[in-house]
Unconditional design. Structure first.
Length: 79
């Protein structure tokens, strides 16, 4: 199945080889979870603070379906 993954700010360096920009399409197995995508991309779980699935916050155990959009954002700093 195909899903869209967006990696933003400092997480862009974890885009798969050949991907351009902040968003790519991945062909993954049915029933894959948010955490499995994070692991597959090599994104350290400790730095992933905001995970959105189709625009809504999603836990690591959320299961993805065909056409879903997963967005990962690093911690946001401020001062």
């Amino acid at each position: 199945m195909k899903i869209e993954v967006g990696l933003y700010a400092t997480l862009q360096k974890y885009m798969p080889p050949g991907a351009e920009g902040r968003v790519c399409t991945l062909d993954v197995r049915d029933g894959i979870t948010v955490q499995e995508i994070i692991d597959m991309l090599g994104v350290p779980a400790a730095i992933t603070r905001l995970t959105l699935l189709n625009g809504h916050q999603a836990p690591p155990v959320a299961t993805l379906m065909e056409g879903d959009k997963l967005s990962l954002f690093p911690p946001i700093g401020g001062g």
